[in-house]
Design a protein around this ligand. Structure first.
Ligand SMILES: [Zn+2]
Length: 272
């Protein structure tokens, strides 16, 4: 049995502030160690539950935050970008289930460090009329490949907005959000213990989980943070302008939709 552990940082216990998630300062160096430790806690639980092979995917920012020399040696690490499958990089090897560790709620919500893919570029993302954050988008990408999400961890807002998408999954609430930059967190040690226990249960109950599938065709409706971004994104001829800050496009798969969104996120650096 092979598990992909996709690891973000905003939902990790102890992380509340933008400084902690951006390279170039001491607070980030501490936070990336907590992120690595939560990934290891998930590895430990997965193996206890019967997993034989584990890939850990670094899914934050430039996809190079986890400390390779701090990683449990029973796992291999997926690092760096760009990659076609983004936060699900590694699934191309064929995996039986996904963990989402340290995830966060979607843009415009009231969760800790809430955003969707790129906080500068995207305000809201709707797929076939359903508003989704990163967990929903990438969960649907895994679902399209027949793979269920069986464990997810993050704050209470993230869990509330995501629970219905992954029936049969295990959840660990690492903190309670009071807002974008405040709340109450578990200690990193308590969070790791809870993640290890939930990971073991998740793997043991893998057969009860249902992949999150969104049937094609996929219509993506996207609200940008500014109309200048919408001007830029509509340079791409298959994107259609709906209003000042709203665009839409249709594709035949979630993978194509996510690759398009990640290409737009990369384009947005022109306006930063
Ligand atoms: Zn992130």
């Amino acid at each position: 049995m092979k598990i992909l552990i996709s690891t973000d940082i905003e939902g990790v216990a102890g992380v509340f502030h933008a400084e902690q998630i951006r390279a170039g300062n001491g607070e980030y160096e501490r936070a990336r160690a907590w992120m690595t430790a939560e990934a290891n806690a998930a590895v430990q639980g997965a193996i206890a539950g019967g997993a034989e092979e584990i890939l850990v995917n670094d899914s934050h920012g430039g996809f190079r935050n986890l400390l390779p020399d701090g990683l449990d040696e029973r796992a291999r690490l997926v690092l760096g970008k760009p990659r076609y499958l983004g936060m699900m990089g590694g699934l191309e090897e064929g995996c039986d289930a996904v963990f989402m560790i340290g995830y966060h709620s979607r843009s415009q919500g009231r969760g800790v460090l809430a955003h969707t893919i790129n906080s500068f570029a995207f305000a809201r993302v709707f797929i076939n009329g359903m508003e989704l954050g990163e967990a929903g988008l990438y969960g649907a990408l895994a679902g399209e490949m027949g793979v269920p999400v069986i464990l997810a961890t993050g704050d209470d807002v993230f869990i509330a907005e995501t629970t219905d998408l992954f029936p049969g999954a295990q959840w660990v609430q690492t903190k309670v959000a009071h807002g974008q930059g405040s709340g109450v967190t578990l200690s990193p040690a308590a969070s790791r213990r809870a993640i290890t226990a939930a990971a073991e249960t998740a793997v043991r109950n893998l057969k009860k989980a249902i992949p999150f599938r969104i049937p094609a065709p996929i219509e993506c409706r996207l609200q940008t943070q500014t109309s200048a971004l919408a001007d830029l994104f509509c340079m791409w001829p298959t994107l259609e302008r709906v209003d000042g800050v709203t665009l839409r496009f249709t594709t035949d798969s979630m993978q194509a939709a996510i690759r398009t969104l990640n290409s737009l996120a990369a384009m947005s650096f022109m306006l930063r």
